[in-house]
Design a protein around this ligand. Structure first.
Ligand code: ADP
Ligand code: MG
Length: 709
């Protein structure tokens, strides 16, 4: 039904509603208020205090407007009630003057109270005139405040909502009655009424909770359905149990053990082999996660697991254990990293680690000559080679595998859903997928963005790590920072200097790195060896520089953020970040994670002015904690959810009413509920769920579109 048929809405008001996207009664019913105003007890003006967010009511005493330099207009209105007065101020909205002068009634204003010397003030308040007509309806109640657009007035929005409630009981109930009872949700009609015309704050809260729950439920049902589908897919059941017992399961894997020494190790129980192979004892957390992964690998369905571990928690070793199990079962594995530097680092480490087992590792990166690449691709296609390490190139180019069993994706936040799928299509097999990320993601976000993955957390750092000490220094203290770094270098350590992202253009960033390199290498540290690394260098030159730094040929490496992810040089124990205020928290945490990887006390020095409240807060958080999860929570708070995971789907904007920061508990309940429902009814075919099912399917196709773009 169209909005003009609502009581009290004529053609003119209907036009305004339609312009705001409210075409039908249903649209109106489902457009919820942005906030509520409790007019049952508005404070007297004299009782407001600076800093308070308040709603006041009074008579308009005086309206003045002036134009200041630059053509800006300032409009002030004095509002009085029997106890006192307050000044309302609007900038550059001259048209409000006439509306106030013509107002036949009192004004209600909502905003932050400020102490402006003589008077208290509210700048750019929200406001509304209440006239006799409004008075006639009961004034002392909780008023909904709707989101407005140009041409839609609060009064119209409210009137439309009020009238639409007559139809609330026609709106088909979305949640099954039994389900509602179980979770103690009000029915739809009651919830709609309480949203638009709350009787009391507790009633309103329960109504909102229902809609928040419902919104989360739609998302979680979609994720649970996807998981159920994967459960039905046929994957590889790796003979993990046999490997652990030391029974060589696959005749195909015997070709690994060419050398005599290696042959002697055939049939060595998996854990023993790992213990002997690794240069260190795995931490308890690493072992637990490896077991979770192996247990997935042993099941006949494709693994879809996310491993979260803070920087330096040792994800590579965990990946190596998974890879070893796959290869010993006679399959190939692939490992993808987000940068070439990182791919090369992985290839180098794993080649060394696996060398005694005759496991053949091939590195596939863009820089390789065509001939070399072709050779590597041939080896992968024939199965001569067991492990492919590379960047995106691994899935973008025509790489085919003989028998791909496991794909590991490192630093997932740079990879999309689609790429995961592309990797699956590289082989006749349906490989297990293991995704690793160092980006600590608050649990609430994990449940939404990665809700279709199983989660393992490495929540322990290797022993002996000394927490990195972080200091925040002003640019004026640079000299003393330089001196401090020099002292560390004299003790045999190495240092990173990261220069800021200057802008969008990579050219400018490179320039900044070159400038800093020049200053450090010719002035500050003219007697030391300084290297330079940036994104525009030829891959081969990047390698050379990284190799030299790793080998200790440079004392200092000046770099752009290309070293942000994964780079591991244990002797580097100082990280200096120039203009640190230009970086987000997640990025600072990643950068800091480049040090503190050896036995030495490491330092991170943030050089920054606090340009605003936000950047000051970021520096303080960095100094205060090295806990990635706490940093992620703060980041979420400061920047909003969308930015963190770098994907659209994670944004709060995804939800009409729910707020993943505040409604985490509801999210948890909805997730549990969804899993139970899908367990009973994997395709949601029970007619009770018909409406929700449609929403779930619509939402899922939305998500697919996002993944494609
Ligand atoms: P990240 O999780 O950030 O990818 P890495 O896998 O690069 O971490 O490991 C960080 C460093 O810690 C590496 O130098 C690695 O050799 C070392 N490491 C990993 N696990 C252990 C362990 N259990 N004991 C000691 N050192 C370890
Ligand atoms: Mg890593």
């Amino acid at each position: 039904m169209e909005v003009q048929f609502l009581k009290g809405i004529g053609p003119r008001l209907a036009a305004g509603l339609k312009k705001a996207g409210l075409n039908t009664v249903g649209d109106v019913l489902w457009r919820f208020p942005r906030r509520y105003e409790d007019r049952t007890n508005l404070p007297p003006i004299s009782q407001t205090t600076p800093g308070q967010v308040a709603t006041i009511r009074g008579a308009i005493a005086r309206v003045e407007s002036r134009t200041v330099r630059g053509g800006r207009t300032i409009l002030t209105a004095t509002v009085k009630d029997p106890t006192g007065q307050i000044t309302l101020v609007w900038f550059n909205q001259p048209w409000i003057k006439r509306q106030l002068e013509n107002a036949a009634g009192e004004i209600i204003a909502f905003g932050v109270v400020k102490d402006a010397g003589r008077n208290y003030e509210m700048s750019n308040p929200e406001w509304e005139i209440v006239d006799d007509e409004d008075e006639s309806e009961d004034f002392a109640r909780i008023f909904p405040v709707y989101p407005l657009t140009d041409g839609l007035q609060q009064r119209t929005a409210r009137k439309a909502a009020e009238s639409s409630l007559m139809f609330a009981d026609i709106a088909p109930e979305t949640l099954p009655a039994g389900f509602r009872r179980k979770y103690q949700m009000p029915d739809l009609r009651m919830a709609l009424e309480q949203m638009h015309r709350p009787e009391s704050e507790p009633m309103r809260r329960r109504a909102r909770e229902r809609f928040v729950f419902e919104e989360f439920l739609v998302l979680q049902l979609g994720l649970a359905m996807r998981r159920a589908e994967t459960e039905l897919e046929i994957g590889i059941a790796f003979p993990i149990t046999q490997l652990i017992r030391g029974e060589e399961a696959s005749p195909e894997s015997t070709h690994l053990f060419g050398s005599q020494e290696a042959a002697a190790r055939q049939g060595e129980p998996l854990w023993e082999q790992i213990r002997r192979m690794m240069p260190f004892e795995l931490t308890g957390a690493q072992k637990r996660v490896v077991e979770e992964i192996w247990s997935d690998m042993g099941r006949p369905h494709p693994m879809n697991r996310l491993v979260q571990g803070d920087v330096g928690s040792g994800k590579t070793a965990v990946a190596a254990c998974a890879i070893l199990a796959a290869i010993r079962s006679g399959y190939q594995a692939a490992l993808m990293a987000p940068t070439e530097i990182l791919a090369e680092q992985h290839a180098r480490n794993l080649t060394k680690l696996f060398a005694p087992l005759n496991i053949r590792v091939d590195l596939l990166v863009g820089k390789h000559a065509a001939k070399e690449k072709k050779e590597a691709m041939r080896r992968l296609a024939t199965g001569e080679s067991h492990l492919a390490v590379g960047t995106h190139a691994l899935i973008q180019e025509g790489v085919q595998f003989h028998k791909l069993g496991l794909a590991v994706v490192d630093e997932q936040h740079r990879f999309g859903v689609l790429q995961r799928k592309a990797l699956r299509d590289k082989s006749d097999t349906n490989p297990d997928v293991l995704v690793m990320t160092a980006t600590p993601i608050p649990r609430t976000l994990t449940m939404t963005v990665y809700g279709d993955l199983d989660l393992s957390v490495i929540d322990e750092l290797p022993p002996g790590r000394k927490p990195i000490k972080t200091h925040w220094k002003r640019p004026s203290e640079r000299e003393s920072v330089y001196a401090g770094v020099r002292k560390m270098i004299e003790q045999g350590r190495q240092a990173f200097f990261v220069c800021p992202l200057v802008g969008e253009s990579e050219k400018l960033n490179v320039q900044a790195a070159e400038d800093l390199f020049y200053r450090l290498s010719t002035e500050v540290y003219a007697d030391l060896k300084v290297g330079l690394l940036h994104g525009q260098m030829k891959p081969k030159d990047k390698d050379t520089v990284m190799d030299q730094f790793r080998a200790g040929d440079f004392h200092i490496l000046v770099s752009t953020t290309v070293i942000e992810v994964g780079v591991d040089v244990p002797n580097a124990s100082v990280m200096v970040i120039e203009d640190a205020n230009r970086f987000g928290l997640a990025q600072l945490h990643q950068l800091r994670g480049r040090v503190g990887r050896g036995d030495y006390q490491s330092f991170c020095i943030l050089i920054a002015d606090a340009t605003n409240e936000d950047s000051r807060k970021r520096m303080e958080v960095m100094v205060e904690t090295t806990d990635g999860f706490r940093i992620a929570e703060e980041d979420l708070r400061l920047r909003g959810p969308g930015v963190i995971a770098g994907t659209q789907q994670s944004g709060n904007s995804d939800f009409k009413i729910a707020d993943i920061l505040q409604d985490g508990r509801q999210l948890e309940i909805a997730r549990q509920a969804a899993m139970q429902v899908i367990e009973q009814d994997p395709k949601l075919e029970n007619p009770e769920w018909a409406i929700i099912r449609e929403k779930v399917l619509a939402r899922r196709s939305d998500m697919a579109v996002i993944a494609l773009s």
